[in-house]
Design a binder for this molecule. Structure first.
Ligand SMILES: [Fe+2]
Length: 473
């Protein structure tokens, strides 16, 4: 059985260089460390991304198509163990059984007659830890449960049959109530979006449908203490195009750009919509309530050509995601907005997860280099209270992705903990894990762990504290 795509010199940038897959699942506790791993750092740093095994057409492979693989560094008592493993999805198992790709991928018209379903649930986008379970997520299907730290796959979950919609890669867990808020979008209306609440025990307790003018790709959401924040942004689906074998997504600014505020436990028709400037958001930073206002911070660009969305062929190198803030006044119905950093581009923002939905002072973002095509060349720590930023640059020809914040056990200060990320060194095709003391960010890493293999560029990261690992059911 061929476990990993093995093609020399594939004619596709997403199968080459550090986008390309790694062939092996490995584990190592014997790694060179430059600096010192903090003894109090205890838990698992995870990063998930695509690592394709079977590909129908090399030239048409899209980065989003690859099978989910988790790369992990488990910290314990000043030591670190690296491990990487595929998420053993039903789709991957089926392809292994057949010995070939059974789905075409995003760069090909969807095969409406595919007996195995329209898409493969690749479980490749993000991870969430809730109710003592780690979920590997893909926004078109069910979550896949995985154990930490061994990364063995348990299987898909539909919340005891209660999950009736696709499950976003970006649910939000409220550390104060233990609830997880999730949503999903679909092409068939009139409820093009559904929002669900999962209680702290992991039971899905409520789902409401949300009416939208058109079906849209809605990648992320945000929560506050009392509300769920929804993004109706102008990347729309055209079902007729799909039926005719065309590209399903369109950049459709005439559809408007709106932010919806839904009471967390309210009904679908209680959502209050605010029109804002035309733009697109992949990832939110956080939201919170401030008097009569709901405040949303996110990385915003003027346009997007995600997954080939038509109508945005004029690439503008100046248009990159940047920190942005909207204020929605729930009393007046007015929304205002402004840029929080007109200079530096950034994406993949993360905060201290214990502050999700409450006012947070710090955000840690993947920094976009001066040449946008150069990838993420460092991490920016934003101080949203003082509106200042500190920049950590990886160094020449070194690139990273989403960082996470790991709080110190028992911490009372928001930035008392560590910022952790994977770095690819293109100078020698190797990988490392960097650990920075968040409160002394400008000092650079306190530890650089030299990994036994490179970590391919991927999507989202996560942190599971040791207490969560120990509490897994
Ligand atoms: Fe995402």
């Amino acid at each position: 059985m061929v476990r990993v795509l093995d093609v020399e010199n594939p004619n596709n940038e997403y199968l080459s260089g550090n986008f390309g897959p790694v062939a092996k699942e490995v584990s190592s506790s014997q790694m060179e460390v430059v600096g010192k791993i903090p003894a109090e750092l205890s838990g698992a740093f995870l990063r998930i991304g695509p690592n394709p095994v079977y590909v129908e057409d090399i030239e048409k492979y899209h980065w989003f198509d690859g099978d989910g693989m988790i790369h992990e560094v488990h910290f314990e008592n000043g030591n670190a163990t690296y491990r990487n493993k595929f998420v053993e999805t039903k789709g991957l198992a089926l392809e292994a059984e057949h010995g070939e790709a059974l789905w075409k991928g995003l760069n090909s018209p969807p095969d409406l007659m595919n007996e195995h379903g329209l898409f493969k649930n690749a479980a490749n986008t993000a991870v969430a830890f809730h109710a003592n379970k780690l979920l590997a997520l893909w926004e078109g299907g069910n979550p896949t449960e995985v154990r930490v730290p061994d990364l063995s796959t348990i299987g898909e979950t539909d919340f005891d049959g209660k999950l009736m919609h696709p499950f976003t890669a970006h649910p939000k867990v409220d550390a104060h109530t233990g609830e997880m808020i999730t949503f999903g979008y679909n092409m068939m209306g009139p409820d093009f979006c559904h929002v669900s609440v999962v209680n702290k025990e992991g039971e899905l307790v409520k789902t409401v449908g949300i009416k939208l003018p058109k079906p849209v790709m809605m990648h992320d959401c945000a929560i506050t203490e009392n509300y769920t924040v929804l993004l109706d942004m102008p990347v729309t689906f055209d079902l007729a195009d799909v039926m005719n074998g065309g590209q399903p997504l369109n950049w459709d600014p005439d559809n408007g750009t709106r932010i919806g505020i839904l009471p967390r436990h309210g009904e679908g028709d209680e959502v209050k919509w605010f029109d804002v400037e035309t733009g697109f958001v992949f990832h939110t930073v956080n939201a919170y309530e401030d008097g009569d206002e709901v405040v949303l911070d996110a990385c915003r660009s003027d346009k997007t050509n995600v997954v080939g969305a038509d109508g945005n062929t004029e690439s503008d190198p100046g248009d990159m995601p940047r920190m942005h803030q909207w204020r929605m006044n729930m009393k007046t119905g007015e929304a205002t907005e402004r840029s929080l950093d007109p200079v530096c581009g950034s994406e993949f923002p993360r905060i201290n997860d214990n502050y999700i939905g409450r006012r947070a002072r710090y955000s840690y973002n993947a920094r976009i280099g001066e040449v946008p095509s150069g990838g993420f060349n460092g991490i920016v720590k934003y101080d949203l209270e003082n509106e200042t930023a500190e920049h950590f640059l990886y160094g020449d020809n070194k690139f990273g992705g989403e960082p996470i914040f790991a709080p110190r056990a028992g911490a009372t200060e928001e930035d008392d903990g560590w910022v952790i990320g994977f770095v690819y060194d293109a100078n020698n095709d190797s990988g490392e894990c960097v650990v920075l003391d968040a409160a002394n960010f400008s000092d650079g890493p306190v530890a650089r762990i030299k990994l036994p293999q490179r970590v391919p560029y991927g999507f989202h990261a996560g942190w599971v504290p040791q207490a969560g690992i120990d509490a897994q059911s």
